[in-house]
Design a protein around this ligand. Structure first.
Ligand code: EPZ
Length: 410
């Protein structure tokens, strides 16, 4: 298992450029297969999930070049293959290939996608909607097999619950049909994917529903991915705990609510166009529910939980999306964190920490443990730290440039 030792408590200072959004980039890469042509996508982060998806693309005879942050994908030689390969198991977004394959080939056989363990992560919203389109869905022994013929009529689907993945997957699966999708997710990463499809030439109208009109895509497209709002919030919290950090290439609109809530609670943050200057602050812990956009995102909940442990006061935190996503603060209890878990909520209190080791169980928990280790005036070993590479481009390089002292042990 990978291990890193962080010598915490240093004052940090510097400038960080925020990369493109992981959770927008992965579905957009998949959507680029729909035109059987060329897509030039910029602001692409160099992260493990992107490389794993590219490795699946190679398996499907899709070629690409990836220089700086520009990815050029050529899907003209794309061929069908069952997706019973290990890369599918390494990240969640591999499930977007189901929607794409149904649109292009009318079938898909794939391992149940992997990704962060955030409690149960069922795919019933996806499966129900695939069935509503007219497909048969079988799921056995960790293999999903879907095939059939879409109904020969306008398709009207109400998603069973609000879901980023189900919204995007059902848009993909119906992209060559005429369809209306109700109860869709409004997260910026979904909207970015719809905007990419629009740029590709698909006729999609989003009002209170998504309306899809059967259309033919262009053979080539150029698109720039939105900045990663969770990466931005990670460095914002790092600055509030440890020093002064200037962030560039931020989309302020996408983090407006969490940032304003922090500012209302004493965070020293100045914003201008796509730049933020964040300074070490005594943030007053506040109660919150991690919830759908524009509220505080579930992916930022572990980061805020750790922030509060270093500040005077207590807060009650609930995660409305992934009910038990508290592995990071709870992992810190044996190092001194005063955290209590009660019925899908945690209560955080100001804490004094000792040196020791912790283990990262998922991507954002890993980011939160890094924040802890950097802020605490102790030494911390983070086991399994390489998970960070799934979602944060240049993370260790950025830490070094800000003044963090660390040593990779294994
Ligand atoms: C996406 O996951 C993101 N992943 C997650 O980010 C993010 O935490 C999540 O959306 C919520 O914003 C990617 O974009 C690759 P959902 P997704 O379907 O699509 C339940 C990160 O760290 N649900 O919106 O899988 C589900 O259990 C990752 O970057 C069902 O019950 O999330 C959850 O409680 C982690 N049945 C809620 O809906 C379903 O069929 C929302 O999940 C689908 C979802």
């Amino acid at each position: 298992m990978s291990k890193i030792k962080i010598y915490g408590g240093k004052y940090l200072s510097g400038t960080i450029k925020i990369h493109g959004s992981k959770n927008a980039c992965l579905p957009i890469m998949c959507a680029s297969l729909l035109n059987r042509g060329r897509a030039t996508i910029s602001n692409v982060p160099k992260i493990a999930d992107v490389y794993n998806l590219l490795s699946i693309f190679s398996y499907l005879n899709v070629t690409y070049t990836f220089t700086d942050d520009v990815l050029v994908i050529d899907s003209s030689k794309l061929t069908y293959s069952d997706l019973l390969i290990n890369e599918v198991l390494t990240f969640r977004a591999s499930y977007y290939l189901i929607g794409i394959f149904l649109a292009l080939f009318g079938k898909c056989k794939i391992y149940y996608p992997g990704g962060c363990k955030l409690g149960e992560r069922p795919l019933d919203y996806h499966f129900d909607a695939f069935e509503a389109i007219g497909y048969n869905v079988n799921y056995n022994d960790n293999i999903i097999e879907i095939a059939g013929i879409p109904k020969n009529e306008h398709i009207d689907i109400t998603l069973k619950g609000n879901s980023v993945g189900a919204t995007i997957n059902i848009v993909f699966a119906t992209i060559f049909l005429n369809a209306t999708i109700h109860n869709y997710s409004l997260e910026p990463e979904v909207i970015d994917t719809l905007d990419f499809l629009g740029k590709l030439g698909f006729k999609i109208i989003k009002n209170q529903n998504i309306e899809i009109f059967n259309s033919i895509p262009k053979r080539s497209v150029k698109y720039r991915i939105i900045p990663d709002r969770i990466e931005a919030l990670t460095y914002v919290v790092m600055a509030l705990l440890c020093g002064n950090i200037k962030l560039e290439n931020v989309n302020l609109l996408h983090i407006d609510y969490p940032i304003r809530t922090l500012i209302l609670n004493n965070a020293d943050i100045i914003m201008y166009k796509n730049v933020m200057c964040c300074n070490k602050s005594k943030v007053i812990p506040f109660n919150f529910e991690a919830d759908l956009y524009p509220k505080i995102p579930t992916d930022a909940q572990p980061l805020f939980s750790v922030l509060f442990l270093f500040n005077n006061g207590s807060a009650i935190i609930e995660d409305k999306i992934f009910k038990n996503r508290f592995s990071a603060p709870l992992e810190l209890v044996h190092l001194g964190a005063r955290v209590t878990a009660i019925e899908n909520k945690i209560i955080t209190n100001h804490s004094i920490f000792v040196s020791g080791s912790v283990r990262a169980f998922d991507l954002r928990a890993c980011a939160a443990l890094f924040l802890f280790a950097i802020a605490s005036p102790t030494n911390t070993v983070i086991n399994n730290y390489e998970i960070i590479e799934r979602g944060y481009d240049d993370f260790l390089k950025n830490l070094k440039s800000l003044g963090v002292k660390y040593e990779i042990i294994e």
